[in-house]
Design a protein around this ligand. Structure first.
Ligand SMILES: [Fe+2]
Length: 253
């Protein structure tokens, strides 16, 4: 079993960095940490998780809705404001659609389609849900980002809280997450699993899906590894593998 010391970055493929980076910086309050020709590393000031964005070119596929990243605001009033702002600026940012604010049990959110083929979520999550055992409601920031840092929009994304993956078989995937990846299951139910690392609040929602759209080509069995890439050393030591549910992970020093 791996003994990871953190869940440190998420990866993301878009079509054009010039189109998608402003979505993250202008609409979701991320900062560009590093920019290369074919990719960039982004980070929210309140979240140590890095988002590594790859430029896949014009033919990069649309990703399933169930492979989105989510960003949290601190009050439910900001969700309709975010809806309004995104709707008003659809053309400027080439946003394809924005869903109307949708209320679930403890959550209130909108989703939008960015031009790079991905869905993104802006959510409010009621902190009181912690009392009901929902660990994902725990604070994701200590010092809220002040409005001056993200002015004129009516909402302030306070953290990048989650990413979303699919699996074929929830029970098998849950065992893999705990017994091979060494991550913790912090919640979920019959139709979802919330996984996280104990040192940080961000999490990954894994949804069992019958008709999968795999994110990349995939096809070693023993412990359920589908594909295992070579170990690489270039200032850090790392390797990439595709897991029992054909999701891709990187293990890095
Ligand atoms: Fe979400």
């Amino acid at each position: 079993m791996l003994k990871p010391i953190g869940l440190t970055e998420g990866h993301y493929e878009c079509r054009s960095l010039d189109e998608t980076l402003p979505i993250f910086t202008d609409l979701l309050a991320l900062e560009v940490v590093e920019r290369k020709d074919d990719g960039a590393v982004l980070k929210h000031p309140n979240t140590a998780w890095h988002l590594v964005v790859h430029e896949g070119g014009p033919n990069a596929a649309n990703k399933p809705h169930t492979n989105h990243y989510g960003f949290r605001v601190s009050s439910s009033r900001e969700i309709p404001k975010a809806y309004e702002y995104l709707t008003d600026h659809k053309d400027q940012y080439k946003i394809k659609s924005v869903t109307k604010p949708h209320e679930a049990h403890f959550a209130y959110s909108i989703y939008f389609k960015e031009p790079g083929g991905n869905d993104l979520e802006i959510e409010y999550y009621n902190p009181a849900a912690v009392k009901q055992g929902r660990k994902i409601a725990a604070p994701h920031w200590t010092d809220p980002l002040p409005e001056e840092k993200f002015p004129g929009k009516g909402y302030v994304p306070q953290a990048m809280t989650h990413g979303t993956l699919n699996c074929d078989d929830k029970e098998v995937n849950d065992r893999f997450v705990k017994e091979v990846l060494g991550l913790e299951i912090i919640g979920g139910g019959r139709t979802s699993t919330y996984i996280s690392h104990p040192s940080t609040p961000w999490y990954i929602v894994v949804l069992p899906t019958t008709r999968r759209e795999y994110l990349t080509a995939a096809n070693r069995k023993a412990i359920g590894i589908n594909e295992l890439w070579d170990l690489e050393e270039n200032g850090r030591t790392h390797f990439i593998f595709s897991d029992i549910s054909k999701n891709w992970w990187e293990v890095t020093s």
